[in-house]
Ligand binder design. Structure first.
Ligand code: AMP
Ligand code: MG
Length: 327
């Protein structure tokens, strides 16, 4: 199968990064939450990007990587003190590194998406959820000539299927034309399950999800859209691309990401992994104007505003409601 090797590598590296994040999240204390201490997210974020860029670079040395982080931020006086902890996290997943190695690997991820084939990576999507002990995701996708061809989402705190251990977290993957699959994060070698979006066409019964953070999606506007659709149930609020995973496996029917500012452009790593998982599961993803997301514009979705995700069936009705509210 085409992209078999890429899929095998992507599953493995996302599982490794998820392990790092789980290790760091398990040590977050009530005290660090109260102090609003961002150290855990700094350590896990940089260690996750370093590990994925190192392992991806070993497997595909010529591939560009467009990641969220860059080593300059780690070299700042405020962050440098985290280097020892960060290296300890890498050692736990059998990656031994010098400080220089860590910075070099992180900076493999500073691509701008100009080449015909590149990976895009969010080493921890949903950092606020990570710090609260809630949902977050590791998201990796392969883009070839502007089209997402493969995506993997690791969602350590999303309950897995009853077929395996529900506690294990979710590893979801999709390859263009081959559907979306689910594996437990704790055992990525088991035969995966195929997942599909929900079949519902009853807009009034639809289960909606959106960001926890009102700064990331206009929650007041989503109330009006839900009203237009006749939806009475409140939206489920969840951080990260775990929202895409819930639509892909039919647990929710609609994910709304409504612009809060006219000038904000969505980042490609916040969406690519999730978009292909939903599309290959039968769903539809566009921006608020109904345009397909254009991943050929560098690090941002420069030609789009907002994101609308549905099970597929509901897309026309949801877009009509969005249009009637946003104009
Ligand atoms: P979520 O967890 O779905 O709320 O999304 C988290 C992501 O929101 C982060 O990775 C940020 O890149 C992104 N983000 C930051 N500011 C904004 C904004 N004003 N609008 C939309 N997304 C944003
Ligand atoms: Mg993100």
């Amino acid at each position: 199968m085409p992209l078999d090797t890429e899929l095998e590598v992507a599953l493995r590296v996302v599982a490794v990064a998820a392990k790092i994040c789980q290790s760091v999240q398990s040590r977050i204390t009530r005290e660090s939450i109260e102090k609003k201490d961002r150290s855990p997210v700094t350590i896990a974020d940089f260690a996750s990007q370093a590990a994925i860029c190192k392992l991806l670079g070993d497997a595909f040395p010529n591939d560009e990587i467009v990641g969220e982080e860059e080593a300059d931020a780690l070299k700042s006086p405020d962050n440098q003190r985290h280097m020892a902890d960060l290296r300890a996290e890498l050692a736990r997943v059998a990656i031994d590194a010098s400080d220089d190695d860590v910075c070099r690997w992180i900076d493999r991820g500073t691509g701008n998406g100009a080449s015909g084939r590149f990976w895009t990576l969010d080493p921890i999507d949903g950092t606020k959820g990570f710090l609260r002990g809630e949902q977050y995701a590791v998201s990796l996708a392969l883009i070839i000539n502007g089209r997402i061809e493969l995506g993997v989402l690791g969602c350590p705190n999303l309950p897995c299927s009853d077929a395996w251990d529900r506690e294990s977290g979710v590893l979801m993957s999709a390859v263009r034309g081959e559907g979306t699959r689910l594996r437990p994060l704790s055992n990525i070698t088991v035969p995966p399950q195929a997942v599909r979006t929900s079949p519902t066409s009853r807009a009034d019964m639809a289960r909606v999800c959106e960001s926890v953070e009102s700064g990331h999606s206009a929650q007041d506007v989503s109330v009006q859209i839900a009203q237009k659709l006749g939806i009475t149930a409140p939206p489920v609020r969840m951080d990260s691309q775990a929202k895409y995973a819930t639509v892909a496996r039919g647990e929710s029917d609609i994910y709304l990401r409504l612009p809060t500012r006219a000038d904000y452009r969505e980042k490609i790593w916040d969406h690519a992994g999730g978009v292909i998982c939903v599309e290959e599961a039968g769903g539809t993803v566009t921006d608020v104007d109904g345009l397909p997301l254009d991943f050929s514009q560098g690090r941002e979705l420069r030609k789009n505003r907002g994101v609308i995700v549905t099970n597929g069936q509901l897309h026309p009705a949801v877009l009509a409601a969005v249009k009637s509210v946003l104009g």
